[in-house]
Design a protein around this ligand. Structure first.
Ligand code: SAM
Length: 345
């Protein structure tokens, strides 16, 4: 007698236009039998894999797909009549939504466009919060939850799942991490470096001296300066005037191919040039003598020819053996690009 295969179902989210790549990575992680159906074309999809929920989650966490920004389990697929009241009703009854008394829970609600604008995610969240708080004496929170209750709504179905925040890849709803724009912020690019800090578990204030290649107008440089890091910024274009007098900044208004430094001058190298990956790799390779061993490199990789996996392989090959890839991820703030985190050997 053959054992029956156990399946588990999740909702995966990628940046718009990159859902296919996330699916390709998931398909490679699991044997044949993985099935997909889209909820929002090229962005949000259901996936069913031939493994139990715990095993599947662990595999996805251990070998995190670059293009999968967020995942949420589907513990129940409920027929939904399109009303907020019904969601409160599910929360008040369904066995899948059981919580221990005192549990801090965060409800994250998303929906497809077809669910009318009359159904606000906020109102759905409130109805579920109230029902769960009443039923279990559990505590609704926004941050630092013990569990996240994810609800994804289509016109006629509510997909719900309960998971620990770390099991979703991001504790932001759909992985859409939002930073507040500051007064006088030099560039939106700053958000990429901020997000990279969280995603890769870094703390920029621990670094002493950074090299920023392709620094203008200076969003990344400004973040590193704010964290107390000494920055050498290189760019033929001008840095924002607000940065130029900073005592911790050295600005070289040059092409990065023309600069020279002392060996091991930096413990952090960042590069956000929107340029051909091969050319950028060559340029960075030529400057690696200036990065200490054990130092960190954060590099934006532009996806030029729609062959992202090959592009990553080529860049990591070009930068080896000096730089070892720790993680590559398409951040929420990345557009046609990925962000790579390396350590120098
Ligand atoms: C996307 S912008 C960088 C944005 C920056 N990270 C920020 O936060 O404001 C890319 C920059 O790379 C610079 N760049 C391109 N080729 C370069 C080279 N060979 N050497 C130095 N900088 C270069 C461009 O001049 C441009 O300012």
């Amino acid at each position: 007698m053959t054992e029956e295969t156990v399946y588990s179902t999740f909702i995966g989210t990628a940046n718009h236009g990159f859902g296919q790549h996330a699916q390709e990575e998931i398909r490679r992680l699991f044997e044949a039998g993985t099935r997909f159906s889209h909820l929002v074309p090229s962005e949000i999809f259901l996936f069913m894999v031939p493994a139990g929920r715990q095993e599947a989650t662990q595999r996805l966490l251990d070998r995190e797909p670059m293009f999968l920004r967020h995942m949420q389990p589907v513990d129940a697929e409920l027929e939904w009549d399109g009303t907020v009241e019904a969601l409160g009703g599910f929360a008040a009854q369904k066995r899948e939504l059981e919580l221990q008394a005192g549990t801090k829970f965060a409800v994250q609600v998303r929906k497809t466009e077809q669910v009318g604008s009359g159904i606000a995610a906020g109102a759905c969240k409130q109805a579920i919060d109230e029902a769960l708080a009443g039923r279990y004496e559990a505590i609704p929170v926004v941050k630092d939850a013990d569990v996240i209750l994810s609800v994804f709504l289509t016109e006629d179905t509510a997909y719900v799942g309960v998971s620990k925040p770390e099991q979703n890849l991001s504790d932001w709803s759909g992985g859409a991490i939002r930073f507040r724009k500051e007064e006088g912020q030099v560039s939106r690019a700053k958000f990429k470096l901020l997000e990279a800090e969280r995603t890769f578990g870094l703390d920029y204030s621990q670094y002493r001296s950074a090299l920023d290649i392709g620094a203008a107008p200076g969003g990344w440089t400004s973040l590193l300066l704010e964290r107390g890091v000494k920055v050498t910024a290189v760019d033929p274009a001008k840095l924002d005037a607000s940065l130029l007098r900073h005592p911790q900044l050295t600005f070289l208004q040059k092409n990065a191919a023309e600069v020279r430094f002392k060996e091991q001058s930096f413990d952090l190298l960042v590069c956000d040039m929107s340029w051909s990956p091969r050319q950028m790799g060559k340029l960075i390779k030529g400057l690696l003598y200036s990065l200490q061993s054990g130092g960190t490199a954060i590099i934006t990789l532009k996806l030029m020819h729609k062959k992202p996996f090959q592009t990553v392989r080529e860049l990591t090959g070009d930068l080896a053996p000096e730089l070892a890839l720790q993680k590559a991820k398409q951040l929420f703030h990345n557009r046609e690009e990925l962000t790579l985190f390396f350590i120098k050997s």
